[in-house]
Design a protein around this ligand. Structure first.
Ligand code: DCP
Ligand code: MG
Ligand code: MN
Length: 337
């Protein structure tokens, strides 16, 4: 199970939140959106409590927490664990799906398909399954990608990218985001946001994909290209990188951001994902829309469906997005659930 290493330690409910987060991870992986939402709400409610919530009655009094979750919270506090968690992946099939879900790019559909097709192990996949080039890398580098990256090494990868970027264009900036920006001591991958004052997405993408990425391949830093997101006009590149002289492949994400969107992109790419969801939900409640391009007002919706994009209120300034939403500024280290 995935655990969250940057969970705040001074929260009186941090252990309960940690267990609930593991359940959330599980239900997110199995695409159980309804249950995921319940766990998200519970985590959000718990993390703002100044005191420890120990009984089901206390839990029941919190917004968004129903009977069943209240029972679970009491159980976690009493036993320091959740029985359900130990039962979630107890059949060999479940365990295999969990293992296959760790292959880069494989979602629940793919993982279940492999199990249904009779593949019994990662080795089995490698030997017998028809894999795409990216899936093959995901299997071959399974244990590399499963390892957490020490903060210092994240910095080293970022520095190599920055140097290569600035040789092409001195005005371009590289900001390491994701869990690194939140201050985590180890990270799951390296998230680099790449921008330039006054530049458009097209200009940044052209420099990156045309010059910088090929150069980083030639010098032996980049090892593989895994995905170029098709949505948002291909602004995200996924790959793998290695510090020269070492053998471990690390997952690296490059996000190309036009100057006008840098505030919203920083907010998005700093996360964490649950914090992002709660900010977006809040924007919706105020009739606005928050995404990685900006905060938009006058968004018309019927039955949850967005009818227009709305008017851009703020995209450039991260702090102003908080201010417009009426949320006190939260430094990245505090943006965890
Ligand atoms: N993000 C999001 N929703 C997702 C995936 C990502 O909002 N479904 C945002 C928030 C994340 C950021 O993108 O913080 C980077 O995504 P990562 O998957 O790299 O997650 P983190 O960097 O937060 O954690 P890790 O240390 O596991 O990489
Ligand atoms: Mg990350
Ligand atoms: Mn990432």
């Amino acid at each position: 199970q995935k655990y969250n290493p940057d969970e705040k330690l001074d929260n009186p409910n941090s252990r309960t939140i940690e267990v609930l987060r593991q359940m959330l991870d599980y239900y997110t992986q199995t695409a159980d959106h309804w249950r995921s939402l319940g766990y998200r709400k519970a985590i959000i409610a718990l993390r703002t409590q100044p005191t420890k919530i120990s009984t089901r009655a206390q839990a029941r009094a919190l917004p968004g927490i129903g009977e069943r979750l209240a029972d679970k919270i009491e159980e976690i506090v009493l036993t320091n664990r959740l029985r359900r968690l130990e039962n979630t992946n107890d059949t060999p099939e479940d365990r295999l799906i969990q293992e296959f879900l760790g292959v880069y790019g494989a979602g629940l559909t793919q993982a279940s398909k492999w199990v249904a097709q009779g593949y019994k192990s990662l080795y089995d996949l490698l030997e017998r399954a028809p894999l795409s080039k990216q899936q093959r890398i995901g299997v071959e580098r399974y244990s590399d990608f499963a390892q957490r990256i020490p903060r210092k090494e994240v910095e080293a990868h970022g520095a190599i990218v920055r140097k290569a970027v600035q040789i092409e264009d001195r005005d371009m900036r590289v900001i390491i985001s994701g869990s690194y920006r939140r201050g985590a001591t180890t990270c799951g991958d390296i998230d680099c946001l790449i921008t330039k004052p006054g530049a458009t997405l097209d200009q940044i993408r052209t420099t990156m994909l045309g010059l910088v990425v090929p150069k980083l391949f030639r010098c032996g830093f980049l090892q593989a290209s895994l995905a170029l997101s098709s949505h948002q006009d291909g602004s995200k590149w996924h790959g793998a990188s290695t510090i020269p002289g070492t053998n471990l492949w690390r997952r690296i994400d490059l996000l190309f951001v036009p100057d006008a969107e840098i505030g919203a992109a920083l907010l998005y790419f700093t996360g964490n994902d649950i914090f992002n969801r709660s900010m977006r939900l809040l924007a919706r409640k105020k009739g606005m829309c928050l995404n990685q391009k900006g905060l938009f007002a006058n968004v018309l919706r019927t039955q949850q469906v967005k009818l227009n994009a709305g008017r851009l209120v703020e995209g450039r300034n991260e702090r102003r997005i908080f201010a417009v939403l009426g949320v006190p500024w939260r430094p990245p280290e505090h943006r965890i659930c």
